[in-house]
Design a protein around this ligand. Structure first.
Ligand SMILES: NC(=O)c1ccc[n+]([C@@H]2O[C@H](COP(=O)([O-])OP(=O)(O)OC[C@H]3O[C@@H](n4cnc5c(N)ncnc54)[C@H](OP(=O)(O)O)[C@@H]3O)[C@@H](O)[C@H]2O)c1
Length: 266
């Protein structure tokens, strides 16, 4: 019988790394993937030393069309049975929409969208053969709130991912596979520096910023509970409730006050 593994994309930092640590503590073997090979190697050693599990790594750039297939083939060649798939990798584009190339936008859609669909598509038949599996898609509160200055495409792709996750649930829940869209709010990770919005992030009130470990731990619990969509922390559940019920104009005004620069860049 194949060994049971959890595959985590974007595992070299932030929420993905914390999800990996959480699953390691629960005894799951891990396959960590991201682009930074040396970082993955050192994290793999660290996690292996602290837990009695196997950790393997594969560095891939998910903006490359073939990457999901190569990750899948790597798992097959090593005889790893992937029972948990965490689609977490992501970033925000630094420059304004009119300044980016079509290629930049396509790469963005691949990392946050197409690669998630491809990985899910590749691993689901295996999960069906094995009698079930768990999928997590790290989405964002941005999928449920007004458009923000982190690129006009960021929120819509995350909304698309929520709907995709839901579609997977409808099709496969009765076959033992659940998909959970986890929608974090502001989280302390490498995301804001990588996306060129660290300055805006620093101005967000402290009560709206949470550590990656908290988001990961709540997200993993929700995944194991088979929740369809999950917003970590009571703070963001309340904010999203208000978002759904307040007039958009009032909401944009409050958003500008709470996260200056993010909703009023121009
Ligand atoms: N931080 C927040 O406030 C926040 C809020 C809501 C949702 N999220 C979502 O949470 C997820 C994780 O982000 P994070 O906040 O933990 O940010 P992070 O610390 O910057 O981590 C992002 C991860 O994605 C990987 N990644 C980025 N581009 C990649 C590519 N082209 N190919 C493969 N891997 C790639 C990075 O690894 P390498 O650089 O090594 O490739 C890194 O491991 C993202 O989907 C993000 O949209 C974040």
């Amino acid at each position: 019988m194949k060994d049971s593994y959890a595959l985590i994309t974007g595992a070299s930092s932030g929420i993905g790394l914390e999800i990996a640590k959480n699953l390691a503590k629960r005894g799951y073997n891990l396959i960590l993937t991201a682009r930074r090979t040396e970082l993955l190697e050192s994290l793999s050693k660290e996690i292996t030393n602290e837990n009695n599990i196997n950790v393997d790594i594969i560095s891939k750039d998910l903006s490359q069309y073939e990457a999901p297939k190569e990750i899948f083939e790597f798992c097959e060649s090593k005889n790893y049975r992937v029972d948990i798939l965490v689609n977490n990798a992501g970033y925000g584009i630094k420059t304004s929409f009119h300044e980016t190339s079509i290629e930049d936008e396509e790469a963005f859609i691949r990392v946050l969208g197409t690669s998630v669909i491809m990985l899910t598509k590749l691993f689901i038949p295996k999960m069906l053969e094995n009698g079930g599996g768990k999928i997590m898609i790290v989405s964002s509160v941005a999928s449920l709130t007004p458009p923000s200055a982190i690129q006009p495409l960021y929120g819509p792709i995350k909304t698309f991912m929520n709907r995709f996750s839901d579609g997977i649930n409808i099709n496969y829940k009765n076959k033992g596979i659940t998909s959970t869209a986890v929608c974090p709010g502001f989280t302390t990770t490498g995301f804001h520096t990588a996306s060129g919005v660290q300055k805006e992030m620093d101005r967000v009130p402290k009560f709206m910023v949470f550590p990656a470990s908290r988001i990961a731990n709540e997200g993993v619990e929700a995944m194991f509970a088979g929740k369809r969509i999950f917003i970590p922390t009571k703070t963001y559940r309340t904010l999203v409730f208000l978002t759904s019920n307040l007039p958009q104009s009032l909401l944009r005004f409050i958003s500008k006050l709470l996260a200056p620069g993010r909703y009023d860049r121009n």
